[in-house]
Design a protein around this ligand. Structure first.
Ligand code: XMP
Length: 430
């Protein structure tokens, strides 16, 4: 293994992630593990140079104070306890250590080296994946999103043709998105990729369904069914690759932290599809996942793409989805993205997209009355997607986009800009 490791034991502190990032900023890899980790589990994590017992006021879970296993004190690994008075360490701190104290512990007492970088991380993960998988096969649902794309690239590097990627095109992808997944993964990275064009099947199920929640349920449920059908056709698969990242783990709840929202990376697969999981990104934060993708050679646009909801354009083609409006969403979204990129806004604005509502308005084209759809442009900035403010897009850019949408997108005679912050609006319309 290339990297030294500092382990943070999670005793319920809310500062675990801050601490992990502070250590990584010093160039040393750190991982957060549950407080009740065993000696054997710790030994299995190669190159552990030091352990931080991160206590704090939240150490009480269900009325009981959580403790580490006492055997851990007998291991010959330097330990530092923070706000955990019951610990048997000599070295005790009562607040999160500053950089100098951390440096002293990590480099002097633990003798760790600053050898955390993406190249080493990838080499270590490749070795771990090979150990876990051996000569068996891994299945991966490849949506083309950042996390699944980076996991795919990592697994291709580690096990090549033993990885089977399944890309399901639900017909609600952005313009050229599925084509780009096929081009990058099958043509350039030579992945074993099963491409399933399920567009007709999804659009059929969604016909005349106007309720947003119902639409989401149909898309999610159908996705699992298609994926399951493809998985059953394949022989001898023992593992499922997942693009789980560290924030997913925290939000889904750890032994000491409450659940924020559940994350189903493949949407909750049926019980009888029994797979062991391969999750090589589960200790990374989002910016690190992107850096990992770049190091693995994925295209910039794929790694730095803006967030895109699982149900895709389905939640932007408002009400019951029709093919003409879906096409209007897809084409106007492509124009918006192109013009934002030309204006340099793609690197500045957090999320931007178009929406087409399910009603028409009166207009005039070639001196004749028309009754057509409208396109709404939304461009927002946010830190955590919980609240959002509207980007003040330059008027000339908006005019150019409007001009192009009106000229190039069929059945559209009006373009509007959404001025609503979140709250009270949400980022998406459905
Ligand atoms: P809202 O509309 O709730 O969106 O303000 C917050 C962020 O989440 C994205 N979003 C989704 N992402 N699956 C996803 O992976 C979904 O079903 C989904 N719905 C919304 C949305 O694009 C925004 O970035």
């Amino acid at each position: 293994m290339k990297q030294d490791l500092i382990v943070i034991l999670d005793l319920g502190s809310t500062s675990n992630t801050v601490l992990a990032r502070a250590i990584r900023e010093l160039g040393v890899y750190s991982e957060i593990h549950p407080h009740d980790i065993t000696v054997d589990e710790l030994k299995a994590l190669k190159n552990v140079k030091g352990i931080l017992l991160n206590g704090g006021e939240n150490r009480i879970v269900n009325g009981q104070a959580v403790e580490i296993r006492p055997e851990l004190y007998d291991m010959d690994i330097p330990m530092l306890s923070i706000d955990y008075p019951q610990s048997k360490c000599e070295t005790q701190l009562y607040e999160i250590p500053g950089q100098e104290t951390l440096k002293k512990f990590i480099f002097k007492e633990c003798g760790a080296e600053a050898n955390w970088n993406m190249k080493n991380f990838i080499e270590d993960q490749v070795e771990l994946i090979r150990q876990q998988v051996g000569d068996r096969k891994v299945l991966l649902a490849l949506s083309g999103g950042v996390d699944s794309s980076v996991v795919a690239a990592m697994l291709i590097k580690a096990i090549g043709q033993q990885l089977v990627c399944v890309h399901v095109n639900h017909g609600l992808m952005r313009k050229n998105e599925s084509e780009s997944v096929v081009k990058v993964f099958r043509d350039e990275l030579h992945a074993n990729l099963v491409y399933v064009d399920a567009s007709e099947r999804f659009l059929g199920k969604l016909e005349n369904v106007a309720d947003p929640e119902q639409k989401r349920k149909i898309i999610g449920g159908e996705f699992i069914r298609v994926f399951e059908e493809e998985a059953r056709k394949l022989e001898g698969i023992d593992f499922l690759g997942q693009g789980t990242i560290y924030p997913d783990i925290i939000e889904s709840g750890t032994k000491t932290a409450k659940m924020v929202k559940s994350h189903h990376n493949v949407g909750g697969l049926p019980e009888d599809l029994k797979f062991e999981l391969v999750e090589p990104l589960k200790q990374l934060f989002k910016d690190e996942v992107r850096a990992c993708g770049v190091e693995l050679g994925l295209p910039y646009d794929m790694v730095y793409r803006q967030p895109f909801p699982g149900p895709g354009l389905g939640v932007r083609c408002l009400g019951a989805i029709t093919r003409d409006r879906l096409e209007a969403v897809r084409e106007s979204d492509a124009i918006l993205r192109e013009e934002f990129a030309k204006a340099g806004l793609d690197k500045k604005v957090w999320q931007y997209f178009t929406v087409v509502p399910d009603f028409k308005s009166v207009g005039m084209k070639n001196n004749a009355r028309v009754f057509e759809y409208m396109v709404i442009i939304r461009a927002i900035n946010t830190i955590d997607a919980m609240t959002a403010s509207v980007e003040k897009v330059d008027w000339d850019v908006l005019e150019k986009i409007t001009e192009r949408i009106l000229a190039e997108v069929g059945n559209v005679n009006r373009v509007c800009y959404d001025m609503s912050p979140k709250p009270p609006a949400t980022i998406e319309f459905e």
